[in-house]
Design a protein around this ligand. Structure first.
Ligand SMILES: Cc1cc2nc3c(=O)[nH]c(=O)nc-3n(C[C@H](O)[C@H](O)[C@H](O)COP(=O)(O)OP(=O)(O)OC[C@H]3O[C@@H](n4cnc5c(N)ncnc54)[C@H](O)[C@@H]3O)c2cc1C
Ligand SMILES: *[C@@H]1O[C@H](CO)[C@@H](O)[C@H](O)[C@H]1NC(C)=O
Ligand SMILES: *[C@@H]1O[C@H](CO)[C@@H](O)[C@H](O)[C@H]1NC(C)=O
Ligand SMILES: *[C@@H]1O[C@H](CO)[C@@H](O)[C@H](O)[C@H]1NC(C)=O
Ligand SMILES: *[C@@H]1O[C@H](CO)[C@@H](O)[C@H](O)[C@H]1NC(C)=O
Length: 625
């Protein structure tokens, strides 16, 4: 009670006499996705006046976003789309072999493919992001899964901070979760949070004449499970709290952050619920507002630390200001849009995502000094790790045409390939009558009703040398993003993808005489797929090396230990070398958290809010004594 009383008083106590109440808040959070959304709501609910700045709009009632089944339309939709054109390597010729390389034809349309028209300008490989209240959790597929226990424990090892222990982190899932499938008395799940999580109906797996069920039974044998038990296995909880979870090759019931009626659930829900009680919770949201710079007081830090202290942010207001927005209209008049400044009494928290957070830090003078200087940005803190260490899961797919359409539900499995480096699972796969080959304007392709895909997510890439670097000091420009796929340990990573594709391909042979042979479209094009890869090990490796894609970018502003010169953050999300500044989003992860980062990033968002609120209360208690 004492603490909540203090927290209500604290903001008023801290307010300076000459402060303008219309532009000053306790906290400013930039970005409303899984990283910033929950955090901003928690700070407001703890009584702190909080400004949430979001470059996009609110689309909560737009069915393209609200109905989770429309996720492909959502990620293609110009209403929220931010196009980043990324590189997969430093080898331009290699990247040009990516089948869905995108070009600007100059007449307002894109060309996607290997044979661009004369005069077309190379854009690169599309990497969609959503500029919208709720961030990419408003256009993603909503797959809800957890990191490996070691992803949490590794942070403990790196930083010595035991609050990150895997056993403790599950509490944050419980805190945010409104689970719709577990028993109400199942204490391993949360039941009254703001994030609905639901499952699919696995009853289709009981029909043993369904070709997909035959495939599944064969897959069960191949991953060491009992083929007679697939219906039961297909109902395994993807978010289950099993002791040997990370080594458990099995089918799962795919959980999504949506309710059982198919309505998407995301940080947007929590932000709107917080705004709805404005009398109680001092949250202000500014949409269509692009943060362009963090403001600092460089005079001295509190206690004479000499560190620059974040005091606010500078923004530009208006829709579609950022050039990643396809609706962006180039400014014809020379003066740029006017800027506004907002001030934070306590802290600024950056949550713009793995591309925008490092860009914003660099624009503000926090980053590798040589890079900043080359764009005439005064260096406040030489922090070489900002924008480095970018990484992602590798994804690829086995795509074929069956002789007849296979109508069934989705097979979801997590398994370990025999060549994996540890006893842990290294592949998440989902198989069904769809196609998924990565991202480009207008994705995915439709190959007709006979299309059948097993899409794969590979985890724990051996290399982690991607980067987000400035192309200019203009905050409206996109940074240059290069993932440097397969640069280190690539051959071993590719071998794991090939091993997984071989297992999946072999399972297809069991689909039944009317269904096989599949006409494999990739990785090994052949009219008569027979269970042996027609293009061999080498051909498959080459295919995945050129055509792998990704959409779980993380780690461009990593948490790391005190002695690690490339660490950007400490274990409490504080930006090293500064005061009053944190980063809370997917860029903070030292590596991609398991197979899907959305729910894990919401979990660390709530953890960060606890760290911040605890520090604020301790600080205020200290002042009061
Ligand atoms: C197409 C697609 C599908 C995906 N599917 C899944 C999935 O099924 N499951 C899963 O777990 N993960 C999935 N992901 C990944 C997941 O959605 C992201 O990892 C997650 O949203 C990252 O959260 P974040 O808060 O770091 O960043 P984001 O979600 O990108 O949020 C950042 C927010 O900050 C805003 N912003 C950025 N810069 C500024 C600025 N300068 N000023 C103001 N606002 C700014 C942006 O508009 C955005 O709203 C998918 C991603 C994509 C692109
Ligand atoms: C953490 O460190 C211990 C001791 O060095 C080691 O045994 C363990 O494997 C490490 N765990 C992770 C996840 O890195
Ligand atoms: C079982 O699957 C077969 C083959 O797809 C299909 O023809 C049949 O209608 C299905 N039976 C039921 C009860 O769904
Ligand atoms: C900057 O910080 C110093 C030391 O805390 C303080 O005296 C000064 O007023 C601050 N300047 C501004 C512009 O807030
Ligand atoms: C499968 O097809 C490949 C060529 O695509 C061939 O080399 C191989 O012998 C065939 N295997 C069987 C078992 O038919």
């Amino acid at each position: 009670m004492k603490f909540s009383f203090l927290s209500l008083l604290a903001p008023a106590l801290a307010a300076a006499a000459d402060e303008d109440p219309t532009n000053t808040y306790d906290y400013i959070v930039v970005g409303s996705g899984p990283g910033g959304g929950p955090l901003s709501a928690e700070l407001a609910r703890a009584g702190y006046s909080t400004l949430l700045i979001e470059a996009g709009t609110d689309q909560w009632d737009n069915p393209t976003y609200a109905d989770i089944q429309n996720f492909n339309e959502a990620a293609n939709d110009e209403t929220t789309r931010w196009d980043f054109w990324v590189k997969h390597s430093d080898d331009a010729a290699r990247d040009l072999k990516f089948k869905h390389t995108t070009w600007d034809t100059g007449d307002g349309t894109f060309y996607v493919g290997l044979d661009p028209p004369e005069g077309a300008k190379l854009l690169g490989i599309q990497y969609p992001r959503a500029a919208v209240l709720g961030g990419c959790a408003m256009h993603n597929a909503g797959v809800a899964s957890l990191p490996e226990d070691d992803d949490w424990n590794r942070i403990v090892n790196l930083t010595g901070d035991t609050s990150w222990e895997a056993g403790k982190m599950r509490e944050y899932l419980k805190k945010i979760e409104r689970n719709e499938y577990a028993d109400k008395d199942d204490v391993s799940h949360g039941h009254d949070g703001w994030l609905s999580i639901s499952q699919t109906d696995p009853s289709w797996t009981t029909n043993s004449s369904n070709p997909a069920v035959k495939i599944m039974k064969r897959l069960a044998e191949l991953i060491g499970q009992d083929p007679s038990d697939i219906t039961n296995l297909a109902n395994t909880d993807l978010l289950g709290d099993f002791p040997a979870r990370d080594t458990m090759s099995s089918f799962f019931n795919m959980a999504t952050h949506a309710d059982s009626k198919g309505k998407r659930s995301s940080p947007n829900n929590y932000i709107r619920a917080t705004l709805a009680d404005a009398a109680k919770y001092p949250l202000t949201v500014k949409l269509n507002t692009l943060a362009t710079k963090v403001l600092f007081n460089t005079t001295t830090g509190t206690g004479g630390s000499g560190k620059p202290r974040a005091t606010g942010v500078e923004v530009m207001s208006g829709p579609s200001l950022y050039r990643a927005d396809p609706k962006h209209v180039p400014l014809t008049s020379s003066p740029p849009p006017p800027t506004t400044q907002y001030f934070a009494r306590r802290e600024v928290i950056l949550s713009g995502g793995a591309f925008n957070t490092p860009q914003l830090l660099k624009l503000s003078g926090i980053g590798p000094s040589a890079e900043l200087s080359s764009h005439s940005i005064p260096v406040l803190v030489d922090l070489p790790g900002v924008g480095e260490g970018l990484t992602d899961n590798y994804e690829g797919s086995l795509l074929g045409l069956a002789k007849v359409p296979i109508s069934s539900g989705l097979i979801t499995l997590l398994f370990r390939t025999p060549n994996a480096p540890t006893p842990k699972r290294n592949i998440y796969a989902w198989c069904g009558a769809f196609s998924f080959e990565g991202f480009w304007p207008g994705y995915p392709n439709y190959y007709g009703p006979e299309q059948y895909t097993c899409a794969m997510v590979h985890v724990k890439p051996r290399g982690q040398s991607g980067s987000v670097r400035l192309v200019s000091g203009d905050p409206l420009d996109r940074p240059e993003i290069n993932f440097r796929f397969f640069e280190k340990g690539g051959d071993e990573d590719l071998a794991e993808l090939v091993s997984a594709a071989n297992i999946l391909r072999e399972s297809w042979q069991a689909a039944g005489p009317y269904v096989v042979p599949f006409r494999e479209l990739h990785p090994c094009p052949t009219e008569r797929q027979n269970g042996t890869a027609a293009c061999g090990e080498g051909g498959q490796k080459e295919y995945f090396k050129l055509q792998a894609y990704s959409h779980h970018a993380t780690s461009s502003c990593q948490i790391g230990g005190d002695g690690d010169g490339m660490a950007v953050l400490d274990s409490k999300f504080r930006v090293r070398g500064t005061e009053g500044l944190r980063v809370v989003d997917a860029s903070a992860w030292p590596n991609v958290p398991g197979f899907f980062p959305s729910v894990p990033t919401m979990m660390i968002s709530v953890k960060a809010s606890e760290d911040i609120i605890r520090e604020a209360r301790e600080g205020d208690a200290g002042k009061g004594e």
